[in-house]
Structures are given as structure tokens and as C-alpha cells.
Design a protein around this ligand. Sequence first.
Ligand code: GTP
Ligand code: MG
Length: 204
Amino acid sequence: MSMIIKTAQFIISSTGNENCPKTDLPEYAFIGRSNVGKSSLINMLTNRNGLARISSTPGKTRLINHFLINDEWYLVDLPGYGYAKISHKQKTDFQTIITDYISFRKNLTCLFVLLDSRLEPQKIDLRFITWLGTCEVPFALIFTKTDKISASLFEKNKKLCESVLLQTWEELPPVFKTSASKRLGREDILDYINEINRSLIEKH
Ligand code: GTP
Ligand code: MG
């Protein structure tokens, strides 16, 4: 039986780790290029339109946004990387927000890396995933906007991405296929989170 989202509460927008909630609860964060669909996915997963702010203009999410789910775990909406239309200074600030969060957030349980399913593997995504390897943070891949391409093209891009990753990784991370507009992939991701949450409770 899949997880029911009873409550989804916006907690705080933070400029850095020091402002993030002090908590031991498991935390799942969403990262990826600007405009890839991070905020849309969070709304889809929680069934709350407007919980996370969405925009067709890239660079909408500029802070670390914490959402508390069922009073048991957190979803985190992060700023996108690779947004071109900002100053160098702003870019460095964004970068620091993201890398500090990923490197030092102790309760970060899994990082979901979102990839646009319409595109072949992008340098910036591959560079980011390679950097992740040095952080030892568990991660999973989520392909977004699959409503916008054919099933065959999706398979092609997914295989391409996996073969590139297998050049540097021994194993592939879990991979999810989603569409926020068609509400596709929701159960799979929530089941995955649920399973991890349960295994953490059993460890205690
Ligand atoms: P930043 O906060 O700017 O980094 O972007 P984001 O990754 O949070 O993307 P956001 O959720 O704001 O979505 C960007 C645009 O893509 C919006 O216009 C969304 O409506 C659209 N979008 C997101 N997910 C999907 C999807 O699954 N299918 C389609 N067709 N459009 C989507
Ligand atoms: Mg966003």
C-alpha cells in the first residue's frame, strides 16, 4: 500500500544550512538544472498545487525550501544549477548554497537528481553527478517531463544516460520516470521514500 500524504507544511526558506530546521528527521531533496521541474514534482508528490513555487522562467527557486510531510520527514526544494541569466556573484552564491547543503546537511537521506527526459545527457548534469560521487550522498535519478516525448525517445535518452554513468560508476542509481502534468511516477517515488523511512526506523 502506498504512502498517504496527510499533511504537507511549508516550514522555512533558508539562505544556507545555518537557517535550516534543526532536526534529525529524514530529508529528501530535489536538485537539477533550472527549469527541469523540481518544484512541479514536489507539488505533484504532495498533491498540493502551489506548495512549491513554479515558473516557466528559469531561476524561480532561489533558496532552500523545507516542507514537512506527515510530521515525519522533509521534502526540500533546492535552487537549480546552470541558470545563465544571473551575475557571476549570484551564481557563486547559488553554487555555495547548493554545495554546502549537500556536503554538510547531516539528515539528508537521499538526493533526487532531476534530468530533462527530452535531452541527451548534459555536461552540466554529468559534472554535477561526478561531484556528488565525492560527497558520498545517496542519490537517485528522476527523468522529468516525459509527457513531452515519445516512449521510444525516452528509452533512448535513458539508455544513453545510463551508459555514460556506467563509465564512472560501478552501479546505476535507482531511476524514476515522471511527468508532473500527467501525474506519472508518483507512487514509485513515494514507495521508495517510504521504504527508506521504514528501514531507518528499524535501525533505531
Ligand atoms: P527553478 O526553480 O527555476 O530551478 O525551476 P524548477 O526546476 O523548480 O522547475 P518548475 O517546477 O518551476 O517548472 C518549470 C517549468 O516546467 C514550468 O513551466 C512547469 O509548468 C514545467 N513543467 C514542470 N514539470 C513538467 C512536466 O512534467 N511536464 C510538462 N509538460 N511541463 C512541466
Ligand atoms: Mg523551483
